[in-house]
Design a protein around this ligand. Structure first.
Ligand code: UTP
Length: 290
């Protein structure tokens, strides 16, 4: 069955990025001049995901406005003959045909996905977390879909992490199947380095079979009083195989201040119009600090 739908849960409170996230969604923070969510949506589109479902919370209309037409702005650019900017804006509103569902209370990632159940029903679907921006030749989700097409079961994206970082991730107990593919035997949420069953961390891309909804429905609040997706996937493991896949590419954790700054620098250095000057500026800072 072709996977067509993508859920984008963006209703989290973004507490790691306060106060910037007090009055705007975290995924609307820009990497240079494009909001984080734009990069993630591009990955979905390039992976063939056609139907995009945003799970939003209060105060997140900026996301809806961003992917919508902006008549006044477009008219203004037209009268000023600013064709490049106009084409760029048209490109954004033509990128996707989104659908928005409200998560009335931030009760956790698992709960956010459950809110979209009626829009997904009996199809396998994808989940994209806006915190993770992934740079790769083949879009990360495209790579994962190939694994799904081969094994026909849920697939989570994996990345190797340093031992001292396991306590920031869900870590899997793996059984290797192929060079980059592992069966997930179990998973532990944020284990200490001593308790971690491996160095393979789950990051923000998932392909899930619809059976996950039943498990989410029966999952009680876990860590932080939230309905956790990892708890529901652990329940799913009892009935179905779940695979993990080490994707090819670099992941930027833009949900964290330092990760966001690093991604900003990397994306800026790559920009034709500012990259060279920005590099020189960074060098001058380095010289000043010596
Ligand atoms: P995080 O655990 O990163 O939480 O959520 P957060 O609120 O975004 O950020 P911090 O940690 O407080 O700074 C992981 C993903 O799940 C979404 C978030 O928007 C993020 O994409 N989420 C989380 C929801 O959609 N609803 C929730 O109730 C919780």
């Amino acid at each position: 069955m072709k996977v067509r739908k993508g859920i984008f849960p963006v209703a989290g409170l973004g507490t790691r990025f306060l106060p910037a996230t007090k009055a705007q969604p975290k995924v609307m923070l820009p990497l240079v001049d494009k909001p984080i969510i734009h990069y993630v949506v591009e990955e979905a589109v390039q992976s063939g995901i056609e139907d995009i479902i945003f799970i939003t919370g209060r105060g997140q209309v900026a996301i809806e406005n961003y992917f919508d037409l902006s008549f006044e702005l477009e008219e203004f650019l037209r009268t000023k003959n600013k064709r490049g900017e106009l084409a760029e804006l048209n490109g954004i509103s033509n990128l996707i045909n989104p659908c928005y569902v409200r998560q009335k209370q931030a009760k956790g990632l698992g709960h956010a996905i459950l809110v979209a159940r009626h829009l997904v029903e009996n199809e396998p679907f994808t989940v994209f977390l806006g915190d993770d921006v992934i740079d790769s030749e083949v879009p990360c989700m495209r790579q994962m879909l190939e694994v799904f097409e081969r094994y026909h079961c849920s697939v989570v994206a994996l990345q190797r992490v340093a031992k001292n970082q396991t306590s920031s991730y869900g870590i899997v107990q793996p059984r290797q199947i192929d060079e980059r593919v592992f069966q997930v035997l179990d998973m532990v949420e944020k284990p200490s380095p001593d308790e971690a069953p491996s160095d393979l961390a789950i990051i923000g891309r998932y392909i899930l079979t619809p059976e996950i909804f039943r498990e989410l429905d029966e999952t009680t609040p876990g860590k932080g009083g939230e309905i956790q997706l990892t708890d529901a996937i652990r329940r799913l493991l009892r009935r179905q195989a779940v695979y993990g896949f080490i994707f090819e590419g670099t992941r930027h954790d833009t949900g964290d201040k330092l990760g966001f700054l690093k991604a900003t620098v990397e994306y800026a250095l790559r920009r034709e119009e500012i990259g060279k000057e920005f590099r020189e500026y960074l060098r001058s800072l380095q010289l000043r600090d010596q």
